[in-house]
Design a protein around this ligand. Structure first.
Ligand code: AHG
Ligand code: MN
Ligand code: MN
Length: 323
């Protein structure tokens, strides 16, 4: 097992060495994500200062145009991931259609990402993040994005919180790296993350309870309360899932009468978080099937999400089956 303090680059290279036939493609792809997110992190840390520094109106002190942070994060992801040449195609929450970068025409992977998750929290200084999901290129067209989640080669997120953390799985468990701002490196701080089998927290936007479609969901939440669970809901999926991975409990965005398939997107929110959850020995379901088994039909499709520890998810299954 890698030692605490190992930097993410060395960790990635070390992982690659376990596969004698590896070409280094995935390592270069991951390093590109790493670089992009470091730049995004530095902009996130400046959020709120853009207007101060850019008194002239639309340009800041460096003469750059002041952009909305989610657009900026998207541009940075597209730039870094295109340039690395390892991605045949890129899909983003912020782009209607995928991009096929010229530099990636021989790329072996496709990537879907949410450049900035929880963007409604930017203005109030609450944690936000970047989520990504990598699949192999197989058909060399848009259908490469429509592969099931269990086929992901790697998935992860970066949380811009009280510190910046990169949480990654390449299918060998989950590891968390904290950005040391003094050296600009992500250092292994949370090796081998495992969701506690039973936690103490439920995380759901309870204001929607009258609209929930799943019969039994309200009773389920009530019975968690009776068991002594407490509520935490940040409203940034990255932050709510991050807490769930570390402290346990459950996180959900269910279907409701307004959002018939829930709110979260399969490709760049639900599937990567489900991959990490399962790699951390938790469970992730739509309520009907494992999220990782859902065959996507559309790049921006939504699915209901329930994820968490074994205890909470087993209890949920009983309720949804009997409900
Ligand atoms: P995004 O900022 O990428 O659009 O995602 C916001 C999502 C997700 O982060 C969070 O779990 C959810 O919206 C919160 O939705 P509600 O405000 O409806 O609870
Ligand atoms: Mn999002
Ligand atoms: Mn987003």
């Amino acid at each position: 097992m890698a030692k605490i303090g190992t930097d993410l680059n060395s960790f990635i290279l070390e992982e690659e060495r376990k596969y004698p036939n590896a070409t280094g493609s995935l390592s270069r792809a991951l390093v590109a994500i790493e670089s992009a997110t470091k730049v995004i992190a530095s902009h996130v840390r400046m959020a709120g200062l853009a207007d101060v520094l850019g008194k002239a109106g639309k340009t800041n002190v460096q003469g750059e145009e002041v952009q909305k942070l989610d657009e900026l994060a998207n541009r940075l992801m597209v730039e870094y991931l295109s340039q690395c040449g390892e991605f045949f195609a890129l899909a983003s929450e912020e782009l209607e259609e995928p991009i096929f970068p010229e530099e990636g025409k021989n790329g072996k992977y496709v990537i879907a990402f949410d450049p900035l998750d929880g963007s409604s929290n930017i203005d109030v200084n609450v944690s936000i993040g970047t989520i990504f999901s990598i699949h192999r290129r197989v058909n060399s067209d848009v259908s490469d994005f429509l592969q099931e989640g269990y086929k992901q080669v790697a998935a992860g997120y970066v949380i811009y919180g009280s510190s910046t953390m990169f949480v990654l799985s390449t299918g060998n468990g989950v590891n968390g790296f904290t950005l040391d701002p003094s050296v600009g490196m992500y250092l292994l701080s949370h090796p081998n993350i495992k969701i506690p089998e039973k936690g103490k927290i439920y995380s759901i936007n309870e204001s929607n309870d009258k609209k929930w479609i799943d019969k039994g969901l309200k009773d389920y939440i009530e019975s968690l309360k009776e068991e002594g669970y407490t509520s935490r809901y940040i409203g940034s999926m990255v932050a709510d899932v991050h807490r769930t991975l570390i402290k346990g409990g459950m996180f959900a965005y269910p279907a409701d009468s307004k959002s018939k398939n829930g709110k979260l997107r399969l490709l760049y929110e639900a599937a990567p978080m489900a991959f990490l959850t399962v790699q951390a020995q938790g469970v992730a379901t739509t309520g009907k099937e494992d999220i990782l088994n859902v065959k996507p039909t559309d790049i921006h499709q939504r699915v209901p999400v329930f994820l968490g520890g074994k205890y909470e998810m087993e209890k949920l299954k009983q309720v949804l089956i009997n409900g």
